[in-house]
Write a protein that binds this ligand. Sequence first.
Ligand code: SAM
Length: 217
Amino acid sequence: MSPHFSSETENVNHPSKWELDYQRGTAGWDMGTPTPVFQRLLREGALEFSPGRMLVPGAGRGHDAREFARHGFDVVAVDFAREAVADMRALMDDDTRHEILHHDLFQLPQEFDGAFDYVLEYTCFCAIHPTRRAEYADVVSRVLKRGGKYIALAFPLGDSSPSFGMTNGPPFAVNADELIALMEQRGMKLLRRKVPRDSIKPRKGREELLMMEKMVK
Ligand SMILES: C[S@@+](CC[C@H](N)C(=O)[O-])C[C@H]1O[C@@H](n2cnc3c(N)ncnc32)[C@H](O)[C@@H]1O
């Protein structure tokens, strides 16, 4: 084990840590509804993108995946916590196009390579161990098609330097510039970024919406 992290922190790499949160009712991140920022984008058509195949890594109970599926996106929602997957399956609408995978996002099947028009990120990047962030960025760029979009609501914004954010989590602080740089290193281009006004109260000013496009094959 790395000397820099407690065993509790190390546990984020294992589904059991997350399964316990779902079992004990300590999944405090779960709002029980889709994210208002995404709902607004969908309502206003502000995403400017037509529905396509979308991967939602670390989807939890799938509230956002469900919302995009309702808007015609062909959603593949992935989580490695058994309880989250069971709840997601129970909550998903039968008449939408979706697939729910009980899987580790770092071990996605090869057939996912270049198979997605979108990757939707919310509270997954801050949940994985900071030492795995480059690996996460590899997954995102690997599954996206050329021209595919990465839609990320980065949360919680903060200092993610080794002396601070990397040891305090989950959630581990997210530096939006750092996240953008990770993606740019993999051939992604920033289309826009904005701190939304309609984040839920405790997250107001602490999240930033990023849209990036994969420019390479
Ligand atoms: C903070 S929760 C957020 C869930 C959801 N995005 C939401 O907003 O409600 C993080 C989720 O990521 C999942 N997760 C963490 N690491 C994962 C991994 N390596 N593979 C798949 N899922 C993972 C956890 O099980 C948990 O459900």
